[in-house]
Ligand binder design. Structure first.
Ligand SMILES: Nc1ncnc2c1ncn2[C@@H]1O[C@H](COP(=O)(O)OP(=O)(O)O)[C@@H](O)[C@H]1O
Ligand SMILES: N[C@@H](CCC(=O)OP(=O)(O)O)C(=O)O
Length: 369
């Protein structure tokens, strides 16, 4: 049995538009040809494309890329049509059908909705179409936005069990500093592990049309590599460059997968779910949870924020308010208020029979630090 290579390609606004806005149609034609070449090589191809706001803002009458949310949403509503029209025309030249999938962060909260989306995408791939994803900008509200599409591309790659994620941008990889500000910076050919030092070198967006910069690409690389998908971040400008990038010979930085890839349930918990509350814990609980492989017990809980029920996702923070991870909580917030700081033998006398003593069981926990 031959195993098909499934590749998710992400194209940033900076590769499709300039500071003056509008769509560089020749860029879309070029990328469509590159995607078609990958397909001819026998790969399944999925595309995550940005560029709706950049493509649309001038047509709707803004002189520059808007900053207010409703203006960006209006620009995206116009630009998304232009973007998809350009891809559809360019891919049709290669006999490839184009499918549009617009997602918001809230769509990822429901595992059922996601399973449905996955089945639809699998069917599109079986039928030979290229699914093209973007954030559904016109309905995303500020606090639930991906903003940039780097994270979205990592989630798509994990959900669809891609073989690789290729994140294309205007820079040929991650440098030891933003090359626009530090010309002496040197490029990393590969990154084995995404450490705080790697985050420290990654800066924000480089152009007026890009969002998130290298930092959000590192976030994406972390999500994808933990899910078992290796990542390339780099530049594709010449015919054949995309195939080279897929083959490990591209102009960019390669991020290796971590040794054990996370089960789907933990990927969902860590990167797709929306936490409804925050639990602050003491040093002893941090040690038990992060290093001892134990569950979180009420005795280690110092403070609770938010309104949640048993079964909801919450985030857990240490004494220095640093995010430690996320888990599925076994208590309602009001119950937890009553038992925080109590030892296990004090719980039943206080609350009566409880389903589970742990606040978060270690099987329903993911470390994000
Ligand atoms: N350490 C770094 N190495 C390379 N590029 C960096 C770094 N830090 C910040 N950047 C910036 O990230 C930009 C790419 O991200 P972004 O502007 O969001 O593009 P896109 O629209 O392709 O997602 C580059 O143009 C670059 O200026
Ligand atoms: N969904 C938005 C993405 C915004 C954006 O700039 O993203 P990116 O270029 O990937 O950093 C759009 O299509 O305009």
């Amino acid at each position: 049995m031959t195993v098909t290579t499934r590749i998710v390609v992400k194209i940033g606004s900076s590769s499709l538009s300039g500071p003056e806005g509008g769509l560089k149609r020749e860029a879309v034609v070029f990328f469509a040809a590159e995607l078609a070449a990958l397909r001819r090589d026998g790969c399944e191809v999925l595309l995550v494309t940005s560029g709706a706001v950049a493509a649309g803002f001038r047509s709707i009458g803004y002189a520059q890329r808007p900053r207010l949310l409703h203006e960006k949403q209006a620009a995206a509503a116009v630009g998304q049509v232009l973007l998809m029209q350009a891809y559809q025309e360019a891919l049709a030249l290669h006999g490839i059908a184009t499918a549009q999938i617009l997602l918001t962060r809230t769509d990822f909260c429901s595992r059922r909705a996601m399973n449905n989306a996955v089945m639809t995408v699998e069917e599109l791939l079986r039928q030979g179409a290229i699914p093209i994803f973007n954030e559904n900008d016109t309905v995303s509200v500020d606090e639930l936005k991906f903003g940039d599409n780097d994270t979205l591309s990592a989630l798509v790659a994990n959900l669809l069990k891609a073989s690789k994620l290729l994140v294309l941008t205007d820079m040929d990889g991650l440098y030891s500093g933003d090359p626009r500000k530090h010309p002496e910076a040197v490029r990393y050919a590969s990154v084995e592990e995404i450490t705080p030092e790697i985050y420290a070198v990654a800066g924000g967006a480089g152009s007026s049309v890009g969002t998130g910069g290298m930092r959000s690409k590192i976030d994406a690389a972390k999500i994808a590599t933990r899910g078992g998908v290796p990542v390339f971040v780099g530049r594709v400008t010449e015919p054949g460059d995309l195939a080279l990038a897929a083959a490990g010979e591209g102009r960019g930085t390669y991020f290796a997968t971590t040794s054990a890839s996370l089960p789907v349930k933990k990927q969902w918990l860590g990167f797709m779910s929306t936490p409804l509350g925050s639990i602050y814990i003491d040093d002893g609980a941090v040690e038990a949870l992060l290093h001892g492989g134990h569950s979180l017990l009420p005795v280690g809980v110092k403070r609770i924020e938010g309104s949640f029920h048993a079964g909801d996702v919450v985030e857990v923070l240490g004494p220095d308010t640093q995010l430690l991870g996320r888990g599925i909580v076994n208590y309602d917030d009001a119950q937890l208020q009553q038992v925080q700081g109590l030892s296990s033998s004090q719980i039943v006398p206080k609350l009566g029979e409880v389903h589970r003593l742990e606040v978060i069981h270690r099987d329903e926990w993911i470390t994000l630090r």
